[in-house]
Design a protein around this ligand. Structure first.
Ligand SMILES: Cc1ncc(C[n+]2csc(CCOP(=O)(O)OP(=O)(O)O)c2C)c(N)n1
Length: 318
């Protein structure tokens, strides 16, 4: 298995963190971003680790917590930010906003906020790869709550039956809206649900980006060898509320603190500093570079034009 560039992994996680911190700040400012922001703070290792094991031709299907998935797959921060602002220059010409961004340029084909809705779509793209004998895999991201949806079970059954090249990535962040996992299922390791469909699965520390990378690289190799699909459950934690409008009254403060001690970015940074792979100066430079990228994306979005009203029905299929 190839070793990933660990400094690059750190930078990807940092970019996701800073991009979403900016979104949170902007959403509090009058007249900047409208509506709630759904961010993945604390979960960055999942997107970064998964995408580091993928190739450009691989497809991702995302859910409502999508910014990290898109950034890690190589989508342009400028175009994501412009889309979130609703501007003409955004990935979807301002029509998707924060929750439905598709970036076909990097094979991020679909983001859907219908919980569990992306899973059958991923089975469809994986079927296309198999049918057309193309060497790409599909990754489908979803939360723990989605594994209670009927779509999850139907899609996994069919994917297993047809040995499709799809990697199901369950980001188990303990919550599903305001519900804890134990309030919506008796199953502890959601990866075990794959057993019901004769499918391989793995439980991974979702705050360890290297572990996520390795599991995905193994899964990708299996899928391309015709031994797919696979379900990877990444155990992680949502530091914030479900969205920026959620006051988090149901999340114990001690629990949040414990998980903050396991910050995926701090963990990798410490390891790289200890191994002499990263210096304090290089870390500061990385922060400066990432902050500049984020600021540039905001400037790009703010200076971009609004869509014209005459475009309202363009690119709309239903
Ligand atoms: C089919 C459907 N049911 C309910 C909702 C409302 N809803 C949006 S996000 C969410 C929680 C999803 O939890 P999970 O799948 O665990 O993902 P997480 O938000 O934790 O990342 C719910 C219930 C929805 N969007 N779609």
């Amino acid at each position: 298995m190839e070793k990933p560039d660990r400094v690059k992994l750190l930078e990807t996680m940092l970019l996701i963190r800073r991009f979403e911190e900016k979104l949170e700040d902007l959403s509090k400012e009058q007249g900047k971003l409208h509506g709630m922001m759904i961010v993945c703070t604390g979960q960055e290792a999942v997107a970064a680790g998964v995408s580091a094991a993928l190739e450009p031709q691989d497809v991702i299907i995302s859910n409502h917590r999508s910014h990290g998935h898109l950034i890690a797959k190589g989508a342009e921060p400028d175009l994501i930010m412009a889309e979130i602002y609703g501007k003409r220059t955004g990935y979807n010409k301002g029509k998707s906003g924060t929750l439905h961004i598709a970036a076909p340029e990097v094979n991020a084909l679909c983001t859907t906020t219908v919980v569990g809705g992306g899973i059958p779509i991923a089975v469809g793209t994986a079927f296309a790869a198999q049918y057309e004998q193309k060497d790409f895999v599909t990754v489908c991201y979803f939360g723990n709550g989605a594994t209670d949806e009927g779509s999850f079970h139907e899609a996994l059954n069919l994917a297993a039956l047809w040995s499709l090249p799809v990697i199901f990535v369950c980001e188990n962040n303990v919550y599903s809206g305001a519900q804890r996992q134990e309030e919506h299922t008796r199953v502890k390791d959601l990866a075990h649900r794959a057993v019901a469909y004769g499918m391989a699965s793995e439980v991974v520390d979702g705050n360890d980006v290297l572990k996520v990378y390795e599991a995905t690289a193994r899964a990708r190799a299996k899928c391309l060898a015709g031994e797919g699909p696979i379900l990877i459950e990444c155990k992680t934690y949502r530091w914030g509320g479900h969205s920026t409008t959620d006051q988090q009254v149901y999340q114990p403060k001690e629990e949040i603190e414990q998980w903050k001690q396991r910050c995926p970015i701090e963990k990798l940074k410490k390891e790289l500093l200890a191994a002499g792979i990263l210096s304090e100066t290089a870390w500061q430079q990385m922060n400066t570079k990432v902050n500049q990228l984020v600021d540039k994306s905001v400037q790009f979005a703010e200076e971009s034009p609004w869509p014209d009203v005459t475009e309202a029905l363009e690119d709309v299929f239903a």
